[in-house]
Write a protein that binds this ligand. Structure first.
Ligand code: ADP
Length: 435
């Protein structure tokens, strides 16, 4: 530990490496770690050797392995772990959804098994609790608010219906080794008690143990105990516990959210989400900036025309201040477009349109972008060839300001939000936060 302390004033090395099984989950975790006091960078997949990833306390690798075949998830998670350990990570967190989104085929069990084997670990603590969002684990059972997981809307999830709330049973069905439980009474007794119980379960040949957590206070001793193992599996709640434990033990230094460097210049809001929150945010933004409402049906039928119109709008209005460009529409209009073209075709065409608008704007020199919509954000980040996001201050719960790195155009100030996130004044706040 002394070696770390002497490693220099700017950094103590990578204390925590995280493998996130989807992109919005990665940002959620990165934001949670930054709020807990760590410096954080999120990479889009494992960046190539040409990308200079800034030195931070924590690094989150965003993958898309939640609902792919288990072999593919395992291979990608292993490669990410190798890169994180190669960068010096002392502990690796495999970040899953707080609803334990998975099937009997995986991927939480197979990936946890593989990471345990690669790390030479005896056992992996597993806890998807995120009490702040109502996800708690008691006696190994996952609750969503006041409902068992199996009685929550997740029981009808389109890809991974969750019909069993007993996580020991759920994880055992997808794991090679038996699974144990660290119950709440042990968690309340503190980090040493949790560690002793994990050791006993490992001695019984259990490869993973579900750990109870019903409030934020439970996450702190859990984080401390988890750090005594090379790998853990959990949601952002466990990330919070690990971050606080790293700071308490001196392995990371508490810092305020990074003040990101200023990139300057005009800014554009691109809204591809049709959520109620985003529509309300656009309505509020109309008082502050010109808003172009793209006719989605016309745009799917003739994307070149829609692109030219959007760019002409931006070129005319941008000299006077920020502008917003949106495909967002109310549910009836969305249903009509989907009925005519098919939901997937329409969605992909509109995402691609937004991505191409972003590409042109950046080619003109624009460096500040706010994007509303999870899939839309993914399309924009891919088109701009962003490789990493330095995490800055929180704009709204779950949405940090970021500095995008690795794009051929250079550094970009980006705010990427999942459709439902943020209050009505989100766009005004985001534009203020992206300097
Ligand atoms: P959210 O985070 O709200 O789910 P996403 O960007 O992930 O937002 O998803 C919204 C999807 O809806 C995207 O595929 C987008 O292209 C599509 N979409 C946007 N506007 C319309 C519209 N007017 N009609 C149909 N689909 C639309």
């Amino acid at each position: 530990m002394d070696g770390h302390a002497q490693a220099g004033a700017t950094t103590r090395g990578l204390a925590l490496g995280c493998i996130a099984d989807d992109h919005t989950g990665a940002t959620d975790l990165a934001n949670t770690l930054a709020r807990a006091g760590l410096s954080v960078v999120q990479t889009i997949g494992v960046p190539g050797p040409d990308v200079a990833v800034p030195e931070t306390d924590a690094r989150v690798v965003a993958l898309k392995i939640r609902s792919v075949p288990a072999d593919e998830a395992v291979a990608k998670a292993r490669a990410a772990r190798d890169a994180l350990v190669g960068a010096g990570a002392g502990h690796v967190l495999y970040k899953i959804c707080s609803t334990f989104d998975s099937t009997d085929a995986g991927n939480i069990g197979p990936v946890t098994d593989a990471l345990r084997a690669d790390a030479g670990a005896a056992i992996v603590p597993v806890c998807p609790a995120f009490p702040g969002t109502g996800r708690t684990v008691y006696q190994g059972h996952l609750f969503v608010g006041d409902r068992l997981l199996s009685e929550s809307p997740l029981k009808d999830h389109p890809l991974n219906p969750m019909r069993d709330a007993d996580l020991v049973r759920v994880l055992a069905r997808q794991s090679a080794a038996p699974v144990g439980l660290v119950a709440h009474a042990t968690v309340r007794a503190g980090a040493d008690a949790i560690a002793r119980r994990l050791e006993a379960l490992a001695g019984e040949g259990r490869g993973a143990a579900v750990v109870d957590a019903i409030c934020d206070d439970d996450l702190i001793p859990l984080g401390e105990a988890a750090l005594r193992h090379p790998v853990s599996t959990g949601a952002s709640g466990l990330g919070h516990g690990l971050a606080r434990a790293l700071i308490a033990s001196g392995r990371a230094r508490e810092s305020a959210a990074a003040a990101l460097p200023e990139v300057g210049g005009p800014a554009v809001v691109l809204a591809g989400s049709t959520s109620a929150a985003t529509r309300a945010q656009l309505a509020a933004a109309q008082a502050l900036m010109p808003v172009l409402r793209i006719d989605a049906a016309a745009a799917v039928a003739d994307p070149e025309r829609a692109l030219a119109d959007a760019l002409a709008f931006a070129r005319e209005k941008l000299p006077s201040g920020p502008v917003a460009i949106a495909t967002s529409a109310d549910p009836d209009a969305v249903a009509a477009v989907q009925a005519r073209f098919g939901a997937r075709v329409a969605g992909a065409a509109l995402e691609s349109l937004m991505a191409r608008i972003a590409e042109h704007l950046v080619a003109w020199g624009l460096r500040r972008l706010v994007v509303a919509g999870g899939e839309t954000s993914g399309a924009v980040v891919e088109a701009l060839q962003v490789k990493a996001l330095r995490i800055g201050a929180e704009i709204a719960p779950g949405v940090p300001a970021t500095l995008a790195l690795g794009a051929p155009a250079g550094a970009l100030a980006l705010a990427l939000k999942s459709g439902n996130f943020g209050g009505e004044d989100f766009f005004a706040r985001a534009l203020e936060a992206l300097r």
